[in-house]
Each structure stands twice: as C-alpha cells, then as structure tokens.
Design a protein around this ligand. Structure first.
Ligand SMILES: [Zn+2]
Length: 257
C-alpha cells in the first residue's frame, strides 16, 4: 500500500468503486418495480393488477399466464402463487398530472425522468416512484401513500368511500420481510378457506347420502355412481361434474316406482 514514503497509491486503492455501482443498481431495480410488470417486464399500463404479495402486473400478462400455466415462460416463479383470477385485484390508481413519459419518449429528444412517476397518492400527492411506501385496499383496490393513511386517520376509503379495516391494507412492493409476512397471511387465508369448503362439502354429502342408506339395497349408490361415470365418459354431458350427475341420478332412481 502507498503513503509509506516510496510508492504512490493507485486510484483503485483509494476509490471504492464496485460498492457504489451495486447501490445504484439496487436503486434502479427498486424503481423498476414501480414501472414495469413483475411478470412480463413490460411497462405498466392500465389495467394494472396486484396479488396477495403486493406485486404489480399488467392484467393481460397475468391472464395469459392463468390461461396456460404449463407454458414455459420467463419469470413464472413470480406468479407461482396465483391459482386463478380471484387471486388478483385490479388497482384503482391516481394519474400523476406531471407525468408525460410516453410523450417525451415518442419525441425522442428528451429521456424519461427516472423519478417522475405515472401515479400519485390521491390524498397527499406523493409520487409512486419507489421512494415512498404505498398500500392498496383489498376491499376496493384503491392505492394510497403510507403518509396519507397515517396523517388522515379514516375507516372509509379516501378515494371511493368504501369502508375498510386495518387488515385490508396491503403494502405494495414491500421489503423482503413484508412480503414474507404477506405470504404467511395468504397461506393462512387459503388454509382457512379450504377448511370451510371441506366442512361444507362433508355436511352436504351427509344429507345427500342419508336417503340411500335407509334403502334396503346397499349397492344402489355404487351402481348409480358407475352409471353416471359411464355417461360422462360417453361425452353425453361433459360439462356436468360427476357429483352433480350422481345426485341427479339418485333423485331419478328414488322417484322411479
Ligand atoms: Zn377505494
């Protein structure tokens, strides 16, 4: 090393170059999450949707994914938690009157300002450019800055007037820890929904199977089920799920003399 009377320190020994570059890259990556679809990486444009984890997507990109999940496409790990259209929520965003990114770009003489965002907070006017925390409401899809929600305490949506609770607030593009927490909430919610569905289903089948149990012929249910299966396989009625067909057949048999 230099400064010991003999050698002159070289530039790379004094300037910590790589670290700075890394930081800039990280900031750019953070800003990009507010500008580009997390799935298609195309520019965000309405309709814009989000998920239980608070990511931003173009709706058409997510629909395309949901229509054919088996297709091999880049970035699909970002949406692996989406099961269907019910897992996304369309956002009600507020346009930034100062934003003219597209117009500037078509002229080609000026380049887009990295910090000028397409959308703003409708309450305090903060730009949605990655520098400020933003949340959306699960109930109505409206989007606000964290500052607005803290400054103006309310139980109805600032934008559309719908009532909401604290737990309806979801942070958009949150930190790694926040996303982990959101994933936990999502999994809990899904497990709960599954349990309710299951208990409903078992109650339902109980009431349906009771009449056949009281019948003298214990094989009747089995026969009917097989019949129903055959007719589905023949393609007579493919749109009807087997269970409904089975119920229908049981009802027909019971009413027959
Ligand atoms: Zn709202």
């Amino acid at each position: 090393m230099g400064c010991d009377g003999g050698t002159i320190p070289k530039r790379h020994e004094l300037v910590k170059g790589p670290k700075k570059v890394e930081k800039v890259d990280k900031n750019a990556a953070l800003a990009a999450r507010w500008k580009y679809c997390a799935l298609s990486t195309e520019k965000l444009r309405r309709p814009i949707v989000t998920c239980d984890l608070g990511r931003l997507y173009n709706k058409d990109a997510v629909i395309e994914f949901l229509l054919d999940k088996s297709a091999d496409r880049p970035n699909s790990e970002v949406v692996s938690h989406l099961r269907g259209i019910k897992d996304i929520k369309e956002l009600n965003l507020t346009d930034n009157p100062a934003w003219e990114g597209e117009r500037r770009n078509t002229k080609g003489d000026r380049y887009e300002d990295m910090h000028c965002a397409m959308f703003i907070c409708p309450v305090v006017g903060l730009e949605m450019n990655g520098k400020h925390r933003f949340c959306f409401l699960r109930t109505c899809g409206c989007v606000f800055s964290d500052r607005a929600l803290k400054e103006v305490k309310t139980e109805i949506c600032h934008k559309c007037g719908d009532p909401f609770k604290e737990e309806d607030l979801v942070v958009l593009n949150g930190t790694k820890e926040e996303v982990e927490k959101l994933r936990e909430i999502m999994e809990e919610k899904r497990a709960k929904a599954k349990a309710t569905k299951k208990s409903k289903k078992s109650k339902f089948s109980e009431t349906v199977s009771k009449p056949s149990e009281s019948k003298e012929n214990p094989d009747s249910t089995e026969t009917v089920f097989a019949e129903g299966k055959t007719s589905t396989e023949n393609g007579e009625d493919r749109s009807q799920p087997g269970v409904y067909l089975w119920i229908e057949q049981t009802l027909i048999q019971r009413s027959a003399p």
